[in-house]
Ligand binder design. Structure first.
Ligand code: EPZ
Length: 420
């Protein structure tokens, strides 16, 4: 096991290249199973979760090769519709092979993803949508088993008690593109990653309208061809570095981004007093000496992203005044609070809201990463804390951030990796 060590107090400045989006790449790799030929996915980040998906696609029988940032996926005629526990249990997002397997083979057996530290991760909306298309679904021995004589388009409402669902929208869309007739998905997720998946499917020959909106219209086609596709930049990685610029009172420019994908964060950073400017594909964040507290509530896109909640909290811990951070997507997503408080922050929980009272300075400490975005928040806190911070179990961070210490070092941070 490894840990990240950070010597706090450095002001970050300079430019950082943002990698391709993990959460666009994963469903797009799964969607490649639907094609009759080879697909090549470009701008793929080099992350643990991507390697897990590559292993999963190979175990399903696809031929997958990787070369510097691109992945080729060639489905074969001997695809096996079984996603085993040993792989799915290491990455919940593996559930996104359910839709394409069902769409292509009319059957699928995927280990239930189970919960994770950010909360229970139900799949009732996935099941609701796939059953609406004609699948018979049972849950047996920890697996979700789906079978369909044929898949027929329907009108499907996919809103849940926490709003729309990103991967449920993806799964139903991937099952509908080869179904007979027309499918309407209402209250579809609008996240840019869902729009990117729709764009890839369209390149493959799918007929989809409304990608990136709450209403998707899909006209089933007979078959899909392989396609070449460059995934969008990772708005969560970009947002994490933007917060680092504000927190360290630095001057950070993130490059290769789509600024409007971070509108909600930019709005909050400006409200907190940071100076944020952007061009077509860069965003520059200059942190001001004294920032102002802002309240944040996470919502489905284009609302404030839950995946940036922990990072925003880290910023608020050193912002004078009181801010309230409310989590509407994963009400329990606060594993970072106790670790931040070990570094001297003053955060207390009231239901699914965190009340943050800013402190002058955090102090470096040994802290434990628990999930991908909580570990990012601990890294950010270490950047500004007084003294040394050791972030343990850093494999959580490696799931979603490519070469994070190199990128941070490039901005002037004193950060390195050590064996535990
Ligand atoms: C995607 O997960 C992302 N993962 C998550 O990012 C992200 O936090 C989440 O969307 C929300 O934006 C990937 O894309 C691989 P959801 P997903 O279904 O699709 C509830 C990261 O850090 N729900 O949109 O699994 C669910 O419990 C990860 O990169 C149901 O109730 O999330 C949650 O409260 C973490 N029933 C809400 O909807 C369902 O069937 C949103 O979840 C499905 C979800």
């Amino acid at each position: 096991m490894e840990k990240l060590v950070i010597q706090g107090g450095k002001r970050l400045s300079g430019e950082v290249e943002i990698s391709g989006a993990k959460n666009a790449t994963l469903p797009i790799l799964a969607a490649a199973l639907l094609a009759d030929g080879e697909s090549v996915i470009e701008n793929v980040p080099n992350l643990r979760d991507i390697s897990t998906m590559v292993r999963l696609l190979r175990s399903l029988g696809a031929r997958v090769t990787q070369s510097n940032g691109s992945i080729s996926v060639k489905p074969t005629n001997s695809l096996v519709p079984l996603a085993p526990y040993k792989l799915v249990s290491t990455m919940r997002a593996s559930i996104c092979v359910l839709g394409p397997l069902l769409g292509r083979l009319h059957e699928a057996e995927v280990s239930l993803p189970g919960g994770c530290v950010i909360g229970p991760r139900p799949i009732d909306l996935h099941i609701k949508g796939l059953e609406a298309l004609g699948a018979k679904i049972t849950i047996e021995h920890g697996y979700v088993k789906a079978k369909a004589k044929e898949l027929r388009g329907r009108e499907i409402y996919l809103g849940g008690s926490f709003g729309s669902s990103v991967l449920a929208t993806g799964n139903v869309m991937m099952a509908a593109v080869l179904a007979k007739g027309e499918t309407w998905i209402e209250n579809a997720a609008c996240e840019p990653e869902v729009e990117d998946l729709a764009n890839f499917l369209i390149c493959m020959g799918a007929k989809i309208e409304g990608g990136g909106t709450h209403l998707l219209r899909i006209q089933g086609v007979k078959k899909l061809r392989g396609a070449r596709h460059r995934v969008i930049p990772d708005r969560i990685e970009a947002g994490t570095f933007m917060v680092a610029g504000a927190m360290s009172r630095g001057d950070v420019m993130v490059k290769n981004v789509i600024p409007q994908h971070n509108n909600a964060l930019i709005d909050k950073l400006r409200a907190a007093g940071a100076d944020v400017t952007h061009t077509k594909n860069t965003v520059r964040v200059r942190g001001k000496k004294v920032l102002k507290p802002v309240d944040v509530t996470t919502l489905p896109y284009p609302g404030f992203p839950t995946d940036l909640q922990a990072q925003m909290m880290a910023l608020m811990t050193i912002t004078p005044g009181i801010s309230v951070i409310t989590e509407k997507i994963y009400p329990d997503r606060f594993m970072h609070v106790s670790e931040l408080n070990r570094m001297g922050s003053k955060v207390f929980m009231e239901g699914s809201s965190a009340i943050v009272t800013g402190v002058k300075r955090l102090s470096g400490a040994h802290v434990m990463a628990s999930d991908l975005r909580a570990s990012a928040a601990l890294l950010l806190a270490g950047l500004v804390a007084e003294g040394r911070t050791d972030v343990h179990r850093i494999y959580h961070l490696d799931r979603g951030y490519e070469k994070v210490e190199e990128k941070m070092k490039g901005l002037g941070a004193a950060v390195w990796r050590e064996k535990e």
